[in-house]
Design a protein around this ligand. Structure first.
Ligand SMILES: CC(C)(COP(=O)(O)OP(=O)(O)OC[C@H]1O[C@@H](n2cnc3c(N)ncnc32)[C@H](O)[C@@H]1OP(=O)(O)O)[C@@H](O)C(=O)NCCC(=O)NCCSC(=O)/C=C1/CC=CC=CO1
Length: 253
């Protein structure tokens, strides 16, 4: 096992070419501050660039996958430039996960909220623990989604369900996410990491070139509007951050 160091993310490569990337701010349910956002992007970029890594697992330390935007930090963008920079940092992670060169297995434990739910959806093989839950509070916060989910979600669950999830921000348990096609597999909590490792090792055993091509071509064919979605999401989120209503709602946590 080889370990790589990031401030808020653990990254460990095993002898089978599987790199496990673990969000590591468990005291706040792995909420996304700027350091974590940048570390996630870097950890996946490094994994994509490393010839010894053939598949990745993304998971969260402690009792959550990721609770989204760090609501305790109270550091939110004040200018359009800062807002755009923040969204682009989040989307840098989405690029490295969804549009990277290697398959990513999600091992989703506990809560996956907002940007954290988006990262779960960004994974190629999202495996959810039975007790895990996800929801999108973005619209209720006067914000917008950022992780290409306006393209991914309708493709995975259909437009009606995507609308319901994004507008109302209801909470969904793993079993329902499995039924609607958002979880690739739902497993007992105790079996989560073993199932993720087994899946990642199967992927790591496949030929690198065809796996890489399959990921690229499937995304291009099934999600032709993904890049456009990322641009539109950026503009909508920046506009959200610039509205004083958002600051009021975010600070209510
Ligand atoms: C429903 C919850 C996720 C979990 O509830 P519960 O199991 O009862 O756990 P808590 O007691 O509430 O939380 C445990 C501790 O973690 C802290 N915490 C939880 N979430 C956050 C967070 N998002 N940021 C900071 N800290 C958090 C919580 O304060 C507890 O700490 P203490 O034990 O010290 O008190 C519930 O926690 C919840 O609803 N959390 C808020 C989720 C949320 O609103 N997230 C934002 C989503 S929007 C978003 O992600 C948008 C973007 C777009 C723009 C920029 C950046 C990122 O994403």
């Amino acid at each position: 096992m080889t370990d790589f160091t990031y401030e808020t993310v653990l990254s460990a490569l095993d002898d089978h070419g599987v790199r496990t990337i673990t969000l590591n701010r468990p005291d706040c349910l792995n909420a996304m501050n700027r350091q974590l956002i940048d570390d996630v992007a870097r950890a996946f970029e490094d994994a994509n660039a490393d010839p010894a890594t053939r598949a990745m697992i993304m998971t969260g330390a402690g009792k959550a996958f990721c609770a989204g935007d760090d609501r305790r930090a109270h550091v939110h963008p004040e200018t359009e430039e800062q807002a755009r920079d923040l969204v682009q940092a989040i989307q840098r992670a989405t690029h490295a996960i969804t549009l990277g060169t290697k398959p990513v297995v999600g091992a989703i434990n506990g809560w996956a909220v907002g940007g954290g739910f988006e990262w779960a959806i960004n994974c190629d093989f999202p495996i959810w623990a039975k007790s895990a839950q996800g929801f999108f509070p973005e619209v209720s916060l006067n914000l917008f989604v950022t992780g290409a989910v306006t393209s991914l979600l309708p493709a995975l669950v259909g437009l009606n369900k995507a609308r319901e999830m994004l507008f109302f921000g209801d909470r969904y348990g793993a079993e329902e996410l499995g039924e609607i096609g958002l979880a690739w597999k739902v497993v007992d909590d105790a079996a989560l990491m073993d199932t993720a490792v087994e899946t990642a090792r199967r992927l790591a055993n496949l030929p690198v070139l065809s796996v890489r091509a399959m990921k690229r071509v499937l995304n291009a064919a099934a999600l032709p509007d993904l890049h456009r979605a990322l641009h539109l999401e950026t503009d909508a989120t920046v506009a959200g951050f610039m509205d004083p209503e958002t600051t009021k709602r975010l600070s209510a946590f």
